[in-house]
Design a protein around this ligand. Sequence first.
Ligand code: EPU
Length: 337
Amino acid sequence: MEILHNFSLKKHNTFGIEAKAKQFVAVQNAVELKSVLEQNKSEKKFILGGGSNMLLTQDINALVIHIDLKGKKIIKEDDDCVWVECQAGESWHEFVLWTIDQDFGGLENMSLIPGNVGTTPVQNIGAYGTEIKDTFVSCDAMTIENQQIKSFTKEECHFGYRESIFKNEVKDQYIITSVVFKLTKRNHKINTSYGDILGELEKKNIKNPTLKDISNAVITIRQSKLPDPKELGNSGSFFKNPILLKTDFEKIHQQFPEMKFYDVSETEVKIPAGWLIEQAGFKGKRFGDAGIHKNQALVLVNYGNATGQEILAISKNIQDTVFKNFGIHIEAEVNVI
Ligand code: EPU
């Protein structure tokens, strides 16, 4: 375990932004993690997973600890279900593909989401009708302060839309080291509630989709709308879809009857931020090496050498314009560092 100095993070963030870490170390197991934390008590620390949900706007003047813990195992099973424990540093998509190969159901709608397993609970990742909280059982996390392992149950994680306790009450206090998911072995609950998935299946004339069929449909949809970070730097949705009280929304809706919305509760609606941004004229726009993706206005992209500051400036311009046009504030989903 070597501590590297003045280390480039370009390959460690999916935006592909050039920024330097004062110090950088990759840890491969919990023992290494504990010892790095113990030996560097007075250093400022920054925990890095897959780097898929952050925008680096400056160098990191800290010891960057890259969580590279690997491994997955079945820890329990019954006739219907299996409990799989996966270490934090595994690639999320590779893990999803592995579960599908074993015919374990529950994660297939979240195929191809970038990032590592350990950061999935932090923002309760979700796509195409499923969120991680639907299969999540618990996770183990180490305290940065005194290296104790605590297990968090689903209830303790306070999951919400792209939210959890790790972004709020215990922010920056814990490092997630492993996650347990409960997956189905039979009677899979195939979820085709998201219109685009049904459309893909119909195109292929698939009537009784398998887990693999759903995963393939999701992969096709994502590839048609979302850029591959290996080809074009990005961090997925840059903004969250805003949630408004129905009473507030009704006034806005009178003015903009074409505005899309989805009911999320009796009193609230969710507005697709992608629609607001597209209407505000930003979709596909490019400013130097930074821009807004042509197929999905929620995604900001780096065409090569954009700086984090340039992308941040675009995001602020988008927020201001959307607010001016519609009176709706859209909040960043990505962590701005
Ligand atoms: N829309 C537009 N213009 C755009 C993009 C979207 O008008 O440029 C409209 C579409 O017409 C559609 C609606 O917005 O009616 C929703 O679009 P989409 O199905 O693409 O989903 P989204 O709400 O924009 C969310 C997640 C994605 C996830 C998809 C599918 C958030 C912030 N984003 O996007 O998650 O893949 O649903 O479930 O909730 C991510 O978090 O990184 C991410 C990609």
